[in-house]
Design a protein around this ligand. Structure first.
Ligand code: ADE
Length: 440
């Protein structure tokens, strides 16, 4: 079996973490039990580009139990848990290509190795597999990293064609990936159907809010051991992730400041009780800055110039573009790596501290979202992989929502596993809701 992980000797330690996560993922476990009996993914080859964590390992187990042949590579160079990656190879017996701290060449070589499976289905977190497949399909070789480009050249025309034609569909985990897929759809270039797992209610209302909320704070605390209480904590972006981060920072006693570009979200943050201002104003007073916007250069030179000495900057959005690191590099008089993953940037009149190289702080500096929320996200992923395998050929080349039955099934299963009962409508109530006549 092909793989590239840091050290296979870490596999047994990895298995302990995988099993620990599994105890907290009862919905995914239930789906795995069914998959083990029914083998609904039999014959399917699936290439996954995900954060290689203990939760992902349990998703890999589930896909494998369902009968699929699986390969997984990292969706971020800093998010891999090396012991878990080794555990997936040795104990789950899934091809795994990911090493924490991998450079760009390794990152894209790993994407290429996952694509070498010639997948029928891809599962992305950020749309890098889909992006690579489309650049190959449209022969946009100049946009491909050389690790993928060199491999593609060895394939020959027929195999290259098959690489795209084999794919019946993809599933996408995150907001950024869904945005990329929607722009592909809008440009008319999307070559297969995509299921926006991120947009399932049982995904983003929980994973993006409670998952990002807790794990972002966890990453900042593990990296810095700073006291959050009393700090001026600036959150840029008030989407589901931003809402989660503000709530948890406020819970720890921070003075939370929100910056936004969307007037409605800004108003919502204001009425939720936070201070709202533009970044030019927030930059002067913030102690800790977190970007969760999905956009580029949210923190840039003009803001670094205004920041206080000792300001800590971190990103929890998918790509490492939200903080303009090139600007920091150009402004610096010196730089030092301290405490593991903090870069101290010495500027003429102050130091600014960048966490996790500007990559997702929750995964680079901590362990990502807790298993309890990934349980629902990955239950959606497993069920959507099954859906796309069964239905992909009948779908158009569009971005689809997760079918409501899947979303509802995940919510009901989660409630069951936490022992919560919900009421059922009485016959009288159903009749009342279905009637339009005025009732007295
Ligand atoms: N994204 C955020 N947290 C994650 C986790 N724990 N595992 C996989 N993907 C994640």
């Amino acid at each position: 079996m092909d793989y590239d992980v840091k050290d296979l000797k870490l596999a047994d330690a990895g298995l302990e973490r995988i099993d620990w996560a599994d105890r907290r993922m009862p919905v995914l476990r239930k789906i795995r039990e069914r998959f083990t009996k029914e083998k609904p993914l039999k014959g399917m080859r699936i290439a996954c580009c995900l954060h290689v964590t203990s939760e992902t390992a349990n998703l890999m187990r589930t896909l494998k139990e369902g009968g699929a042949t699986v390969a997984v590579c990292a969706s971020n160079p800093l998010s891999t848990q090396d012991d878990v990656a080794a555990g997936i190879v040795k104990h789950v017996k899934v091809q795994t290509f990911s090493i924490k701290g991998e450079n760009a060449d390794q990152y894209y070589t790993h994407i290429q190795q996952a694509l070498a499976l010639m997948p029928h289905v891809t599962m992305d977190d950020g749309a890098d597999l889909v992006g690579a497949l489309h650049m190959i399909a449209f022969e946009r070789y100049e946009s491909l990293h050389k690790s993928v480009k060199n491999w593609v050249k060895t394939l020959g025309q027929k195999k290259r064609q098959e690489l795209i034609d084999n794919v019946v569909g993809t599933t996408e985990e995150t907001t950024t990936g869904v945005i990329r897929l929607k722009s592909m759809e809008a440009e008319g270039v999307l070559r297969f159907p995509a299921i926006a797992v991120n947009d399932a209610l049982t995904k983003h209302m929980f994973d993006n809010r409670y998952g990002t909320g807790q794990s972002t704070i966890d990453g900042i605390i593990r990296a810095t051991n700073m006291l959050i209480a009393g700090s001026n904590f600036v959150v840029s972006g008030y989407g589901w992730c931003g809402k989660g981060v503000t709530k948890r920072a406020a819970g720890l006693g921070a003075h939370v400041i929100v910056t936004e570009v969307d007037p409605l979200k800004a108003l919502e943050a204001h009425m939720d009780g936070y201070q709202v201002m533009d970044m030019a104003s927030a930059a002067k007073i913030g102690d800790i800055f977190v970007t969760v916007t999905g956009d580029i250069h949210v923190l840039r030179k003009e803001h670094f110039e205004k920041m206080k000495d000792g300001a800590v900057v971190a990103n929890s959005g998918h790509f490492n573009v939200e903080i303009d690191i090139d600007a920091l590099e150009a402004m610096k008089t010196g730089k030092k790596r301290i405490r593991g993953l903090i870069d101290e940037y010495r500027l003429p009149n102050k130091n600014i501290y960048l966490l996790g190289e500007g990559r997702l702080v929750n995964l680079a500096c901590a362990e990502g979202h807790p298993s309890e929320v990934m349980d629902m996200s990955f239950a959606n992923q497993a069920l959507c992989a099954e859906y796309v395998w069964k239905k992909g050929k009948s779908l158009e080349n569009r971005v689809y929502s997760v079918p409501q039955e899947i979303d509802k099934q995940v919510a009901l299963l989660k409630l069951q596993t936490v022992g919560i009962k919900v009421d059922n409508l009485t016959g009288e109530q159903k009749k009342y809701l279905a009637s339009w006549e005025m009732g007295t």
